[in-house]
Design a protein around this ligand. Sequence first.
Ligand SMILES: [Zn+2]
Length: 258
Amino acid sequence: MHCTTDGELKVFRFERLATEPGLAHVVVARPYNYAPHRGVGRENALAARRRVCELLGMPFDRLTSPSQVHGPEVLAVEAGDVGRGRDGRQTAVPFVDGLICDRPGVPLILLSADCPLVCVYDADRPAVGAVHASWRGTVAGAAENLVRQMVRVFGSDPGRLLAAVAPSGGPCCYEVGPEVQRIAEGRLDCSEECFRRRNGRLIFDLWAANRRQLMNAGIGEDRIELPGLCSICDLRFWSHRRDGDEAGRFALFVGLCG
Ligand SMILES: [Zn+2]
C-alpha cells in the first residue's frame, strides 16, 4: 500500500485500486478512531469520518455502513439504505458484514481492529463491494459470499474483478485456540495453508484464508492485493489483540466516483 500523510492523518491506498479512475478508496488509522461506539477518541469519530469523506470528494451525508455482526451476510445497497450507519452502528444496515453498491457517490465505511476488510471492484459494471471478515466471518465464507453477491446482483465477471485485503492481524501474530481450527476445518478448504504451529502457538493465517476464498470465487491471484501489513505489530493501526477494549477502529472507505 501507499501511505501518505495529511497532518496527523495517515492515508493508505491499495496500489492497484489507486490507479482506477472510477474508484475512490482509503484505509485510515491511528491516531483517529472511526467508531463512534467504542474505543479511545470515539467522541471525535464523526468529525474524522467527515474529514475523510471530504478528502475523497464523497458526500458524508451518504456514508453507508453494515452493522458488522461477525457473519458472512452481504447485501446490495438500495436507495433506502443510503446514509444508514453514517452516525453510528445503531442505524447501520442490520445483520450484515458486507455491502455491495453500484450507486455512484455512495461511500461505504467498514471498521476494524485486526479483522480483515476485503474489498472488490468491478470496473465494467461499475460496482464495488466490501466485507468485514473477522475469523468467524472468514470461517463462514464472507469473502467468497461477497464475490458471489457481486455476480448474482450485478452480473460481475469474477475474472475481471480486482480485490484487496486491508491491513489486519497477520500470520506473524494472529494466534487462536484449537477450537477455532476445529471449527474452520469443517468449513475451509485451506486448513493446511491457513493454520500452522510456531513456537507452540497456533497461528490462523487470515490473509491466506481470504485469498483462497477470493480465488475459489474466480478472482485470479494476480488480481488480489495483500499488502502484508499486520495491525497487531504495526503500531500505525488499531489492534484489539494488542490494546484490548480501549482500541479504536481503523476504517476502509470505498465508493464509486460520482
Ligand atoms: Zn504481526
